[in-house]
Design a protein around this ligand. Structure first.
Ligand SMILES: [Ca+2]
Length: 202
């Protein structure tokens, strides 16, 4: 799936399917690559948007050698932007999860995007929050950061599949990986040690 995404635009359109990230039984986290977003048949117009605005790019510093990169933007785009990617995640463990992300923003003009402020948020809504790299942490390298929104991500019951959505804000922002964890204060080293969850594609 990941390889298919980077071969070409045409390959992405013809082979894109639904990727579902599956939490391991009794685990307290899910970890997944940003490039494992889901593109459904009904969202082919969105796929076109993804291709033109969020691109999967090779990056030797990134997990699995790839990240997603905002190739449009520049001026801040409002929360109503339609340039988004969605992740389907099946949780086995209910609870309140904290979002971590491994991102790269090389300048102050290229350091932020929006995430849905919770699971199963309508992408057309404005219920999105900024996630960015603080000015004093601008760097050419990826780094682990934590959500700024006070709202945690609620999973109400076992074996629930939810959607998580990320919108473009600033051009050239790159995201490598995401982690949702029941632990609210993981360090970068602890996050690096988490193995990716299983990804099912269909
Ligand atoms: Ca990655």
């Amino acid at each position: 799936m990941k390889i298919a995404f980077i071969i070409s635009t045409a390959t992405l359109l013809s082979t894109a399917g639904i990727s579902e990230i599956i939490q391991m039984e009794k685990a307290d986290f899910v970890a997944f690559e940003a490039e494992d977003f889901s593109v459904s048949e009904k969202d082919k117009n969105i796929a076109a948007t993804v291709i033109s605005e969020w691109q999967v790019v090779p990056n030797a510093l990134a997990g699995n050698g790839n990240a997603i990169k905002a190739v449009t933007g520049g001026a801040p785009i409002p929360e109503s932007s339609t340039a988004y990617v969605t992740y389907k995640i099946q949780f086995t463990t209910p609870g309140l999860y904290t979002l971590y992300f491994r991102a790269l923003g090389a300048t102050t003009a290229h350091r932020s995007a929006f995430h849905s402020d919770g699971f199963d948020v309508d992408p057309a809504s404005v219920d999105f929050k900024l996630f960015n790299i603080e000015t004093d942490k601008i760097s050419d390298s990826f780094q682990w950061l934590k959500q700024r929104s006070a709202n945690r991500f609620a999973v109400q019951k076992p074996n629930q599949t939810v959607e998580f959505t990320v919108k473009i804000r600033q051009r050239f922002y790159q995201i490598d990986k995401f982690v949702f964890s029941l632990k609210p204060n993981l360090t970068g080293e602890e996050l690096d040690r988490l193995e990716n969850s299983q990804v099912m594609t269909h």
